[in-house]
Design a protein around this ligand. Structure first.
Ligand code: AMP
Length: 379
């Protein structure tokens, strides 16, 4: 493939913060960015050269969008396959319709992983409450019931602790096709973002160690405070998955570390990931620039950390009495503030993040938490 060089136009499907940071990285390198998103003045649209407002299933709009770009990528994997196929007829698209087909659907994703020999949390596919009861009989309680389709940040999943709550959980998940999996008592949650270029070369970012609150990522620290051999194993796992899926671009692999040292894959995302946001401030090449390089057929960059780093998400919950006092957080040394430009703060909505670099991962985490603490509304 002939490299797509600076001055060319990159199309990005999706208008969220991942697209915004991608667009910032692309524009820094002299690319033009066109964004397609259903909402005007989106976080990505605010920094793109051109924002096209259209629904993701509007194939005509997608064709028009693609015709004005040299290559198309995405920051959001739930793009209908009809749209991706229409774009593929006109321009290169990364990740491909095949990768999206697998990663858009939890059951397909888990079946792909287990069929390819990757360890996942024991699960069953269920399409009725009878099947759910039978699956719980095999897996044991507690379990987590997750919708098969679109779900993120804990949306579309519910924990079931007792036989009495099965009917209620099934109703709450919309009585639709889903997967039910064992509730895992993991030691840590880890993730690895792996980039793969058009020629099949892979490069992984450092392993991130993540904490979730209410099923939403709260903090991410890199490098993870785990032994080197385990980090190597986690990175090899991500790279093997990128190869097995034939990804061009990025794949984020979320995993559970069990007390016995096993790594189970929880979820895949074929795009930049919240647990790699420290790469924007703390790596030679950020995950956003790496995605750009991969989809443009350029050499992958060096993903090494320049320093240990940690991020803490800023959710809409902090807006109880208006916007937080950003100036207070910025008093903490070595803090970077990222605000995504979302117009409406809502509880659970990711509005921005803070990133700290320090001489150790623990010190970076302590700094980012103390900066976020200053943003908490005073009761
Ligand atoms: P997911 O949307 O599947 O990534 O889940 C969001 C978060 O919920 C995960 O990062 C975990 O913290 C938690 N979670 C999901 N599935 C399980 C499970 N089977 N066992 C324990 N915790 C889980």
């Amino acid at each position: 493939m002939k490299p797509i060089l600076p001055g060319s136009t990159i199309g990005i499907l999706g208008g969220g913060q991942l697209g915004r940071m991608f667009a910032i990285a692309a524009r820094r390198m002299g690319y033009r960015v066109h964004a397609l998103d259903p909402t005007p003045d989106s976080p990505t649209g605010q920094v793109a050269d051109v924002e096209i407002e259209a629904k993701y299933d509007d194939v005509e709009a997608a064709r028009y969008f693609a015709s004005r770009c040299d290559v198309v990528t995405m920051e959001f994997e739930n793009i209908p396959s009809s749209t991706v196929r229409a774009i593929e007829e006109l321009r290169p698209v990364h990740p491909s319709a095949h990768v999206l087909h697998v990663c858009q659907h939890r059951r397909r994703e888990k079946e792909f992983l287990s069929a390819s020999g990757f360890a996942v949390v024991p699960f069953r596919s269920v399409d009725s409450v009878v099947a759910l009861r039978a699956a719980i009989g095999e897996l044991g309680l507690p379990v987590v019931l997750k919708t098969a389709g679109y779900g993120y940040d804990g949306k579309g999943q519910v924990r079931i602790d007792s036989a009495e709550s099965v009917d209620d959980a099934w109703r709450r998940m919309g009585e639709s096709e889903g997967v039910v999996e064992q509730f895992v008592r993991f030691e840590r949650e880890l993730s690895v973002i792996c980039a793969r270029d058009v020629e099949g070369r892979t490069r992984c970012f450092d392993v991130a160690e993540n904490e979730h609150r209410r099923h939403i990522l709260d903090t991410s620290v890199a490098p993870s405070r785990i032994p080197r051999a385990l980090a190597d194993r986690a990175q090899k796992l991500a790279s093997d998955i990128a190869i097995a899926l034939d990804v061009v671009g990025l794949i984020a692999v979320e995993m559970f570390l069990l007390p016995d040292g096993r790594l189970l894959v929880n979820e895949l995302a074929p795009r930049p990931h919240n647990s790699g946001h420290w790469s924007f401030d703390a790596c030679v090449t950020s995950q956003f620039e790496q995605q750009l390089r991969a989809v443009c057929g350029l050499p992958l960059g060096n993903p090494s950390l320049l320093s240990p780093a940690a991020i803490a998400n800023i959710l809409g919950d902090l807006w109880t009495v208006g916007a937080p006092r950003w100036d207070l957080a910025m008093r903490v040394p070595d803090i970077r503030l990222h605000i995504y430009g979302k117009l409406q703060p809502r509880p659970g909505r990711k509005m921005g993040h803070l990133c700290a670099t320090a001489s150790t991962p623990d010190a970076a985490l302590a700094a980012v938490l103390s900066a976020r603490q200053t943003l908490e509304p005073i009761a």
